[in-house]
Each structure stands twice: as structure tokens, then as C-alpha cells.
Design a protein around this ligand. Structure first.
Ligand SMILES: [Mg+2]
Length: 224
């Protein structure tokens, strides 16, 4: 499929839909430097994929062993990790399958009934944040690293706030309340959820619920 056709196919879909197996990070394909490749990515919005495809149009990328290659509407597209030359062509059928299986995050969660840990509306907000980051920054390994690092930053802010409730620094005295600590803990949860959606290979809601059930079962076993 050519880049112009790919952009048109993405433009025809609701940008808020979530594609479970989509793509990100456009780059020069190692198999044919003049071709364009995207890296596979899970749980990406149509809007983020479209932003990535549009960003490639007219962009000049460096080939694996050097040289500049500018991507045009007629450029052929591949699905391949950066630096890998054994990618798959992005065919009309593949794009159709990706887009036909795309779901609204709320609808996807509601379809699985029950007591989700994070509500469908909350997931919808989290997916919105992920889509916003994807559109602004893409989702290459560097960006994934930053999202994980952000979690460490937020965890540090929890510690900072709690230390502030104790007045442990004689120069500063008591600077924070328990509500401040709670607020920072929420930042940790949100940041972790954003990172989880960004890196999960399957539905993040299922992963979270399965994990919680496992932890609950372990705790129950200790109690028994
Ligand atoms: Mg914070």
C-alpha cells in the first residue's frame, strides 16, 4: 500500500477508535531504504496512526546504512521494527482488518460486563491521554522509556509529599497534607495506566483485572 492510500484509509475512520494491533514510529525501511516502515504497536488510536502517517509524508529519513530518503504519496509502506529488514508489506487487506477491528474504548470495556477496576469512562480518559501523547511524541522505544520514567518521577512526588507531612526537614517544617499525598498517589495510578496502555500487548483492562484477582487470591491464602 502506498502512503497516500494509507492516509486516505485512516482519514475515513473515526480518529478516537482504538486499534488493538496497529502501528507507530515511521522510519526508512531497512529492506528498501526508499520505502517507509512503521513499527507494530498495540492499543493505538486511529488518530495517532494517522498523525504518524501524515508526519511521514514529505519527511526525509536516513537509511540504515546512510543516505537520505524522502517519503511521498507513492511510497510503499511496510510493517517492521526499526532496523529489521524482514518486515511485512502493509497491504490493503491488512489495513482493512486493523481498522475493521478498531473499537471505541468505552464500548470495548462495556462489552465485558462486570466490576472493572477502572471504569469504562476512566479508561476512555486514559486512552485519550495516550492518544494525545502518541500524536505529539509518537510511540517509539524512547517515548515508552519516558512514560516509564515519568512513573518514577510521580512516585518520587509521593515520597516528597509524605516527607512534607512529617516536617522531617527542619528548615521547611510541615509543607504537605495527607490530601496532597493522596493527590500524588492518583498521579502514580494515572501515569501507570497510561504506561500500561502504551506497552500492553492485549487489553489493559483484562491485564489489570487478572493481576488484581491474583493478588487478592494470594492475600486470601495467607489469611486462611
Ligand atoms: Mg505529581
Amino acid at each position: 500500500m502506498q502512503l497516500g492510500e494509507l492516509i486516505a484509509a485512516l482519514e475515513a475512520k473515526d480518529p478516537n477508535l482504538i486499534v488493538q494491533a496497529g502501528f507507530t514510529n515511521p522510519h526508512s525501511y531497512r529492506g528498501y531504504y526508499e520505502d517507509l516502515a512503521f513499527e507494530p504497536a498495540h492499543n493505538v488510536t486511529v488518530g495517532a496512526m494517522l498523525a504518524d502517517a501524515r508526519s511521514a509524508l514529505g519527511a526525509t529519513y536516513q537509511g540504515w546504512k546512510g543516505g537520505d530518503f524522502t517519503m511521498r504519496e507513492s511510497t510503499d509502506c511496510w510493517l517492521s521494527e526499526e532496523g529489521v529488514s524482514s518486515g511485512d508489506t502493509i497491504s490493503v487487506l491488512l489495513v482493512k482488518m486493523m481498522l475493521d477491528s478498531a473499537t471505541a474504548p468505552v464500548a470495548a470495556s462495556l462489552a465485558r460486563q462486570g466490576d472493572a477496576l477502572i471504569s469504562p469512562d476512566q479508561w476512555s480518559t486514559i486512552y485519550g491521554l495516550v492518544g494525545w501523547l502518541d500524536r505529539q511524541n509518537g510511540r517509539d522505544n524512547h517515548e515508552i522509556t519516558m512514560r516509564l520514567l515519568k512513573l518514577v518521577e510521580e512516585a518520587g512526588e509521593v515520597a516528597q509529599a509524605y516527607i512534607g507531612t512529617q516536617g522531617q526537614n527542619p528548615r521547611k517544617g510541615v509543607t504537605h497534607s495527607r490530601a496532597d499525598v493522596a493527590d500524588e498517589l492518583c498521579d502514580v495510578i494515572i501515569t501507570a495506566a497510561v504506561a500500561l496502555v502504551s506497552i500492553a500487548d492485549s487489553n489493559p483492562d483484562d491485564i489489570l483485572n487478572a493481576k488484581l484477582a491474583k493478588v487478592a487470591a494470594r492475600a486470601k491464602a495467607v489469611d486462611a
